[in-house]
Design a protein around this ligand. Structure first.
Ligand SMILES: Cc1ncc(COP(=O)(O)O)c(C=O)c1O
Length: 427
């Protein structure tokens, strides 16, 4: 059943107080698209077939990809939205770099190891579709959002427009302004799920005031995996003279994202989620046109990996991030998105017809991501997660119930397992 009655209600998260027919639109239109041919000519929705066409490493399929990860034997890991597993080769790249650095900490740490870490910026820029002088390697989304917010120097009376579906990591930075400097925050209430992208834009537009200086939204919401229409929100921001800051923690990795196409001013992501990179790695994109407006202490000395205002960071982790980007690129961004969404639609369809289950995420289409949130009648999200945990199935507890993710290392068997386990729990 799809949720038709609830709008937002997020007790635990909230604080007190495209262009022409894109690939995603195409996939959305065909839904699960069993056997359909995608825009890229890949077979969509035929399970292993999705891996088979046009692969750079033809012997790879979803099973062999799974072996690239060190996940506990038998674990059905469906909480990538919290933290993603890193491929074994990423651990190797990081530990090799770490060992090498420790041979001569200062000599290598501020020599070859630092050079290798710095080189990852270009890979990251290529991966996200921007220029080298628009990208910073950061520890996570939260610190990137903080750095951006701090750099905007808002003052009393200014307003920030956001939604009621944000993660604290994307809004504490604005709440700090509210508390310390009398900046106002407006929150558009987003239905779960909304009817259309236009509805989201209209809900945001209705809250804009002449005092609104910033629009700050998640690209993919932490609560239900809703994909917000960032390019359309960018038009709204531009026409109202606002800066658009995007919390993309749940974005790049499984989804094929190009930040330039989104046309936002800033975009922060956590590479340790969907990009399958070492924990404590993230990326911050600042569009050139926005660079002068974002004048933060953290970025005072530029965007290089090490600066006088970044201080010394975790270089082996950054080098691991480079290896993760190589891994994702080798498999192919479109292929990963296709697979993740194929599994997502499979799971969505199974839940749709299950008694006692309410789906809070959008149906297939441009608003869908590889995250599905379901609520179960008579059981809390905590009850479900604990019971599944006993069966080695990992899902996330969110205010609406449980959020379940699908990524390239998951397969149809994982989907079957989580769906049938929930069905059994509900009797
Ligand atoms: C939408 C969103 N923003 C921000 C964060 C915080 O991410 P991090 O802890 O990597 O800063 C999360 C984490 O789940 C998230 O889902």
């Amino acid at each position: 059943m799809v949720n038709k009655h609830f709008t937002s209600d997020l007790p635990t998260l909230l604080p007190p107080s495209s262009q022409e027919c894109s690939r995603r639109q195409f996939l959305g239109r065909i839904g699960a698209g069993v056997g359909a041919i995608s825009a890229a000519g890949l077979v969509v929705g035929e399970g292993q077939g999705a891996w088979a066409a046009g692969v750079q490493r033809p012997n790879w399929n979803s099973k062999s990809v799974k072996k690239e990860f060190g996940l506990q034997e038998g674990l059905v890991y469906m909480n990538n939205g919290t933290l993603g597993p890193v491929p074994n080769r990423v651990i190797t790249a990081s530990t090799n770099a770490w060992r090498e650095m420790e041979l001569n900490p200062a000599g290598n740490g501020f020599g070859t190891t630092l050079q290798q870490a710095e080189a990852v910026r270009q890979k990251a820029a290529d991966y996200l579709g921007c220029d080298l002088d628009e990208i910073v390697i950061m520890p996570n989304t939260t610190q990137s959002m903080n750095a951006v917010a701090q750099g905007l120097h808002l003052s009393e009376g200014d307003r920030v427009l956001t939604t009621d579906q944000e993660h604290p990591g994307g809004v504490r930075c604005w709440e700090y302004y509210e508390k310390r400097f009398g900046v106002g925050i407006d929150r558009a209430v987003i239905p779960t799920p909304p009817e259309s992208e236009e509805e989201i834009v209209d809900l945001l537009a209705a809250q804009i005031t002449p005092k609104t200086k910033v629009i700050s939204v998640a690209h993919v919401t932490t609560t239900t995996g809703l994909v917000l229409p960032i390019a359309k929100i960018a038009e709204l921001a531009e026409s109202n003279n606002c800066i658009l800051c995007v919390d993309g923690a749940q974005g790049p990795g499984a989804m094929n994202i190009n930040v330039r196409e989104l046309n936002c001013d800033t975009y922060a992501t956590s590479a340790h989620k969907w990009m399958l990179a070492p924990k404590g790695t993230g990326l911050l994109y600042i569009n050139k046109r926005a660079a002068e407006k974002v004048d933060s202490l953290r970025l005072q000395d530029g965007y290089r990996y090490y600066t006088a205002t970044s201080g010394t960071l975790d270089m082996p982790a950054a080098i691991g991030l480079g290896a993760s980007i190589d891994f994702l690129t080798e498999i192919g961004k479109p292929r990963i998105e296709e697979w993740s969404l194929y599994l997502r639609e499979m799971m969505y369809d199974k839940f749709l017809h299950m008694p006692k289950v309410t789906i809070f995420s959008p149906e297939a289409g441009t608003m869908a991501s590889p995250l599905v949130t379901v609520g179960c009648e008579g059981m809390t999200g905590g009850d479900i997660a604990a019971a599944l945990g006993k069966q080695d199935i990992v899902v996330k507890v969110v205010p609406y119930g449980n959020r379940i993710s699908t990524h390239l290392y998951n397969d149809e068997e994982d989907v079957e397992k989580v769906v049938s386990a929930i069905k059994q729990l509900l009797g």
